[in-house]
Design a protein around this ligand. Sequence first.
Ligand SMILES: *[C@@H]1O[C@H](CO)[C@@H](O)[C@H](O)[C@H]1NC(C)=O
Length: 211
Amino acid sequence: MCEVYQQLAKDCLAHIDFDQTSLWISLGSIAFNPIFWNIVARKEYHSKLLTKLAFGNSRLGCYGLALTIFSLGIVRDILYEKALRDQPAWSFFTENSDIVKALAIASFSVGNVLVLSSMWALGVTGTYLGDYFGILMDDIVTGFPFNVTNNPMYYGSTLSFLGTALWFGKPAGIFVTVFVLVMYLIALRFEEPFTAEIYAKRERERAQKTK
Ligand SMILES: *[C@@H]1O[C@H](CO)[C@@H](O)[C@H](O)[C@H]1NC(C)=O
């Protein structure tokens, strides 16, 4: 049984064309985005860079960053689709296309519900690093989708990548999806402690005031 899976995994890997430049460009843009927003957001936190660029208006600065991150995301999605077009399909996927396409739709739908509902719950500034601008949420959002996962945006985005890969039956897409997940997990290791400290600082200041 295990050998069957090993053979399948080997066959899957054999259907990734690593010589396609478009694959590496896609991986590059996936890596670039979280690195970019973490660097820029920390610059904002420490030196108010974006707020200064937005004429001293932190909310406007955050909207500017939101628009930039959103646009970078669209570019990343276009590059991913282009990379998949240059890749071979895998007969295992195309021969089982009914179930694979159903899984693709499920994965893409769940992913998008997670992303869109978390944007809805957090608002623009909550979604796009507003806390680095000093725009903090009043309370931690605990309703859906945050009662399902702590990071619905990242896991939702990963599921959308997976859904697209399955839809086109391209193993390279599965490879890219794993890379997306790894990049997000790395980003979380930087972001979670940092934002936790921003909110802890506010709590300390609140406690000081009520003394
Ligand atoms: C999360 O919250 C939603 C809406 O409040 C609810 O319908 C759902 O059952 C909850 N899910 C879990 C896993 O608690």
